[in-house]
Design a protein around this ligand. Structure first.
Ligand code: NAP
Ligand code: GLV
Length: 328
C-alpha cells in the first residue's frame, strides 16, 4: 500500500503550469472560482489536513487559521508583499512563509509609471470627455496637466520596484530623490537617486511614489502632516499597500487641493467600497490592484509560489523564504 500524499490547498484558480508543479507530488485541493476569494469558513475547514497552502494576498493567515492547521508546514504566498500573513505567529509554529520577489518587479514598475503618467496628464478624464461627447474644440487650457519630463520624483523605498521606477524616470530626464531606512550607495550608483529625509523629499518632489512594504513602521507613513509638506501641484502615486497612506487624510488633501492629484492602485480596504468618498473626486485615478497584472508575470508568480511550496515540502529548500528561521 502506498502512503497517502501530502495535502496541499490552493486558494484560487491558477495557470495550469503552476498546478502541474504540484500534482505529481501532492494531493491538490483547490478553491476553483476565478474572482471570488475562498470563504473564511471553507478555508478554515480545509486547513485541518493541509501540509501546504498556496494562497493569495486576499487570504488572512493569522493565529486563528494556524490553530486550525495542525499539520501545516508551509504557506506559499503568490505575492511579494506578505502583510496578509502573521509571520511571527507562523515562525513560532515552525510554519515557513514564502513570497514571490523579483518576477513581478518590472511589470509593477511599468504600472506605477503608467499610473503616474495617467494621473499627471488626466488620461481617464480625457477618455471620458471623448466617450461622453463633451469634446467641443481644441482649447488652450483644456485638460491641461502636469509635466512629467524633467520633474522631480520622490521614491519611498528604493528596493526592487522603487529602483525599477527610478530607472524609468531617468528616461524622462527626471531628478530622482528617495527615502528609505538605510541609505544604499549601490542603489544610488545604479539609479542616480539622491537620499533625502522624508520631510525634504516631500517638500522637493513633484511626484511622490510609494514602494515600501506595509509594516507597523510604514502604516500611515503619509498622513495629514505629510500632505501639508507637499507642493500644491504634487501628485501622489501609491502601488504599494493602501494602509501606507492615511486614506481619510488623502481624501481631504485631494478635496481641498492641498495636493494636485493622486493615482492609486491599492486601498486601505479592497475592493474599494461603493461609498468611498474617493469616488467623488475628479483628481484621483483609481485602479483595482493590478500592479503585476500581465499574463507573463502572473504566470511567473504562480509558478514561483508553487515551486517554493514543492521545494520546501520535498527537499526542505524553498527558493524565496520570508522566515528562514522557521526551518531551524
Ligand atoms: P523590496 O525590494 O523589499 O523594497 C522595499 C523597500 O522599502 C526597500 O528599499 C526597503 O529598504 C524599504 N523599506 C522597508 N521598510 C521601510 C521602512 N519602515 N521605512 C522606510 N523604508 C522601508 O520590495 P519590492 O519587491 O520592491 O516590493 C515593495 C512592495 O510593493 C511590496 O511589499 C508590496 O506591498 C508592493 N507591491 C504591490 C504590487 C501591486 O500590485 N500594486 C505589486 C508588487 C508589490 P530598507 O530596508 O533599506 O529600508
Ligand atoms: C502584490 O500586491 C504583491 O505584493 O505581489
Amino acid at each position: 500500500m502506498t502512503a497517502p500524499r501530502p495535502l496541499v490547498y490552493v486558494t484560487r484558480m491558477l495557470p495550469e503550469a503552476a498546478l502541474e508543479v504540484l500534482r505529481p507530488h501532492f494531493e491538490v485541493r483547490q478553491w476553483t472560482q476565478e474572482e471570488t476569494p475562498v470563504p473564511r469558513d471553507v478555508f478554515l475547514a480545509e486547513a485541518a489536513s493541509a501540509e501546504g497552502i498556496l494562497c493569495l494576498l486576499t487570504e488572512r493567515i493569522d493565529r486563528e487559521f494556524l490553530e486550525r492547521a495542525p499539520m501545516l508546514k508551509v504557506v506559499a504566498n503568490m505575492a511579494v508583499g506578505y502583510d496578509n500573513i502573521d509571520v511571527a505567529a507562523c515562525t513560532a509554529r515552525k510554519v515557513l512563509v514564502t513570497n514571490t520577489p523579483g518576477v513581478l518587479t518590472e511589470s509593477t514598475a511599468d504600472l506605477a509609471f503608467a499610473l503616474l503618467m495617467a494621473t499627471a496628464r488626466r488620461l481617464p478624464e480625457a477618455r471620458d470627455v471623448v466617450l461622453q461627447d463633451r469634446w467641443r474644440a481644441w482649447s488652450p487650457m483644456f485638460l491641461t496637466g502636469q509635466d512629467v519630463h524633467h520633474a522631480t520624483l520622490g521614491i519611498l523605498g528604493l528596493g526592487r520596484i522603487g529602483r525599477a521606477v527610478a530607472r524609468r524616470a531617468s528616461g524622462f530626464g527626471m531628478k530622482v530623490l528617495y527615502y528609505s531606512r538605510n541609505r544604499s550607495e549601490e542603489a544610488e550608483a545604479e539609479t542616480g537617486a539622491l537620499c533625502r529625509p522624508l520631510g525634504d523629499l516631500l517638500r522637493e518632489s513633484d511626484f511622490v511614489s510609494v514602494h515600501q512594504p506595509l509594516t507597523p513602521e510604514t502604516r500611515h507613513i503619509i498622513g495629514e502632516r505629510e500632505f501639508g509638506l507637499m507642493k500644491r501641484s504634487a501628485v501622489l502615486v501609491n502601488t504599494s499597500r493602501g494602509l501606507v497612506v492615511d486614506e481619510d487624510a488623502l481624501y481631504r488633501a485631494l478635496r481641498d487641493r492641498t495636493i494636485w492629484a493622486a493615482g492609486l492602485d491599492v486601498f486601505e480596504s479592497e475592493p474599494l467600497s461603493a461609498d468611498s468618498p474617493l469616488r467623488t473626486l475628479d483628481n484621483v485615478v483609481l485602479l483595482p490592484h493590478i500592479g503585476s497584472a500581465t499574463i507573463a508575470t502572473r504566470t511567473q508568480m504562480a509558478l514561483a509560489a508553487a515551486t517554493n511550496l514543492r521545494e520546501y515540502l520535498l527537499r526542505g529548500k524553498p527558493v524565496s523564504p520570508v522566515n528562514p528561521e522557521a526551518m531551524e
